[in-house]
Design a binder for this molecule. Structure first.
Ligand SMILES: Nc1ncnc2c1ncn2[C@@H]1O[C@H](COP(=O)(O)OP(=O)(O)OP(=O)(O)O)[C@@H](O)[C@H]1O
Ligand SMILES: [Mg+2]
Length: 215
């Protein structure tokens, strides 16, 4: 199965979600390859920290960018059970290419107006991608939601995103939580951190289940 986490917009949680999902697949005994399709190399950095810390299960990370993503992924498919692609926003050729081979696409977004435009662009980009790859399941998910319920911005944002033709808004919403920042710094999934945040663990598990539901 090929899972792509993408958004043209930066800083929306692509690497955080891709690395957590890759580890969760591996924790269930799957043979996972994480593809760092972002020239910034954050997913590769994450895996380096994980290796240095000796955390298991180990994750193989391969860096592939640009138009080669689809053809390289096709070569890797027989060699593993799962491929998770962190598709960086700065590499639009890599992003488009990854959409050709994706079974599941997850687009994390933030609640601000500029961030909604990013999702709108993704929605448009998907018009062509779905013509080529019509079986791809496509989801958007709100990330870094303010955990203070009095702040209504996130509801405004989700109202707009609910209307999108090519992206289904996930029921799960990911809160702004220190555990996700720690996850990145320590090369661990949130469920592997010493200091357990049960809300973060439950959220990411809900995202995992919702994304894989019906595949
Ligand atoms: N739900 C969250 N709560 C708190 N911090 C978060 C959350 N999600 C991501 N972060 C933090 O926000 C920053 C950006 O997240 P991340 O690197 O995953 O985004 P990205 O979309 O991959 O960014 P880029 O476009 O730069 O690749 C990181 O420092 C990460 O630890
Ligand atoms: Mg990233």
């Amino acid at each position: 199965m090929v899972i792509v986490v993408a958004n043209e917009k930066g800083g929306t949680g692509k690497t955080t979600i891709a690395t957590n999902l890759a580890i969760m697949r591996a924790q269930e005994g799957n043979d996972v390859i994480l593809i760092d399709a972002d020239p910034q190399g954050s997913a590769s950095e994450f895996v380096k920290v994980r290796e240095d810390e000796g955390v298991t299960p180990t994750i193989t990370c391969v860096s592939i960018t640009g138009r080669a993503v689809a053809s390289e992924v096709r070569k890797l498919i027989p060699k593993c059970t799962d491929i998770v692609i962190d598709a960086g926003g700065r590499d639009s050729a890599g992003l488009r290419s990854s959409l050709v081979v994706a079974d599941i696409l997850i687009v994390p977004f933030l609640a601000g107006q500029y961030d909604i435009w990013g999702v709108e662009n993704m929605n448009e980009l998907l018009e062509d991608a779905l013509a080529v790859n019509p079986d791809m399941k496509t989801y958007s998910v709100l990330n870094k939601m303010d955990t203070n319920p009095r702040i209504g911005l996130s509801t405004d944002a989700t109202d707009v995103v609910t209307e999108m033709k090519n992206l289904q808004l996930m029921n799960v919403k990911i809160g702004y939580r220190v555990a996700y920042r720690r996850s990145a710094a320590e090369g661990r999934a949130v469920n592997e951190l010493d200091k357990k945040d049960s809300k973060a663990i439950a959220e990411i598990l809900a995202l995992y289940k919702e994304a894989l539901n019906g595949v």
